[in-house]
Design a protein around this ligand. Structure first.
Ligand code: UDP
Length: 374
């Protein structure tokens, strides 16, 4: 059986890598990994960290929403005609996911959707991801829901129950693989990658990531100004912000936050370094989905820089304070957490799974082909 896996962005690379590894352990599958080129520089190095080299690279040249979808669609048209996979796998809610699912549908190729069923039920929050998820649900045949809540959302969309499988989230698999790699490096006496020389261990580390389209502009400016305020009020903290390469993010963040003693801005970190940093953090401020999941799995408190969430389960795993882009709520949340001792132990609540989501997905795919008599 030939399975094609599509990925285009950093979070997809992280969440799909464990599935590629698990599929490659099976001899009855031939696995083809296709990179759409959506996050040109950030996604492939992550795959390489997991020892995976894409088999095919599409070349999209335009980052606008319409143009990127249409370019991926056109290029996959040719690729799918040539390769004719028996199943196409996509993960998440990006433009690559929607374009690939649509292309597969036009070619009558069955589609498996990993991390299916996340919803905010608000058309533009997040934008365009909420709509990408909804449309991909309509196109998919196998729905790998990370949690019971996600399954319930799919049932509300009238997806037949027999096509929905609760698997846990593959981000936990990826996180555990990375933690093992970090442990091995430390055990071998290797100096932990010198990517974190800026880390000031005498201060409490506040780790920030923020780049969502709907926060860009005024929201991000408020976040940055609040960080500045926190940095000047509290010299017992160090704020580290790996800044997303989008010009809309960089051009706001750097002028407001550079050259402040206890704020450190970096390029996006490789996954290995980022997880080390996350592990050392006191709390995390983020508008990212994946970072929330990883932080929760490590028991780190999360200050959510969004008003809505498609991941309500995270609050069962760790302390979550929803602050949106409201400066006083962010400030109060940080001060409150700094003045309350925080427990940061690995969370053993398996609401997002315990690291075997990829294996489960592979078992379901095997069974799917068996039932189809293939
Ligand atoms: N991440 C990373 N380096 C960084 C920042 C984030 O490797 O400098 C990883 C992080 O561990 C998480 C993923 O990128 O798994 C989240 O990506 P992003 O926030 O772009 O997307 P989202 O999860 O919101 O879809």
């Amino acid at each position: 059986m030939k399975i094609m896996i599509i990925f285009g962005t950093r979070p997809e690379a992280i969440k799909i890598a464990p599935v590629v590894l698990a599929l490659r352990r099976m001899t009855d599958f031939s696995v083809q990994v296709c990179f759409t080129g959506q996050h040109r520089d950030m996604a492939v190095p992550i795959m390489k960290l997991f020892g995976i080299e894409p088999d095919v690279r599409l070349a999209i040249t335009n980052s606008s929403l319409c143009a990127s979808v249409s370019e991926i669609l056109q290029q996959l048209d040719t690729l799918l005609s040539q390769e004719q996979p028996d199943l196409l796998l996509v993960q998440g809610d990006t433009n690559s996911v929607l374009a690939a699912a649509l292309a597969a549908f036009y070619h009558r190729i069955p589609i498996g959707h990993i991390e299916a069923g996340l919803r905010t039920f608000q058309k533009f929050l997040p934008y365009p991801e909420e709509m990408n998820r909804l449309l991909t649900t309509r196109l998919a045949d196998l729905h790998f829901a990370p949690t019971q809540q996600a399954k319930d959302n799919l049932l509300l969309d009238n997806i037949p129950e027999e096509n929905i499988f609760i698997t846990g989230n593959t981000v936990i698999d990826a996180l555990y693989l990375m933690l093992e790699k970090i442990d091995r490096s430390s055990a071998n006496g290797q100096i932990i990658k010198p990517a974190l020389p800026f880390l000031d261990t005498s201060r409490k580390l506040l780790l920030l990531t923020g780049h969502r389209r709907e926060n860009q502009g005024e929201g991000l400016e408020i976040i940055c100004n609040t960080l500045k305020q926190i940095a000047s009020l509290r010299d017992d903290v160090q704020i580290v912000y790996p800044v997303h390469p989008s010009p809309n993010v960089k051009n706001t963040v750097f002028p407001l936050l550079q050259d402040i003693d206890n704020i450190h801005l970096t390029e996006p970190l490789d996954y290995f370094s980022f997880i080390q940093l996350l592990n050392k953090s006191y709390c995390v401020l983020t508008d990212s989905g994946g970072v929330q999941e990883e932080a929760a799995a490590l028991g780190k408190p999360v200050i959510l820089l969004r008003e809505t969430t498609e991941r309500p389960e995270i609050a069962q795993m760790t302390r979550v304070i929803t602050a949106g882009t409201d400066g006083s709520r962010i400030l109060n949340a940080v001060l409150q957490l700094l003045d309350t001792p925080v427990q940061t132990e690995i969370c053993h609540n398996p609401v997002l799974g315990n690291g075997d989501a990829a294996e489960r997905i592979v078992r379901i795919i095997t069974e799917y082909f068996r039932r189809a008599g293939r």
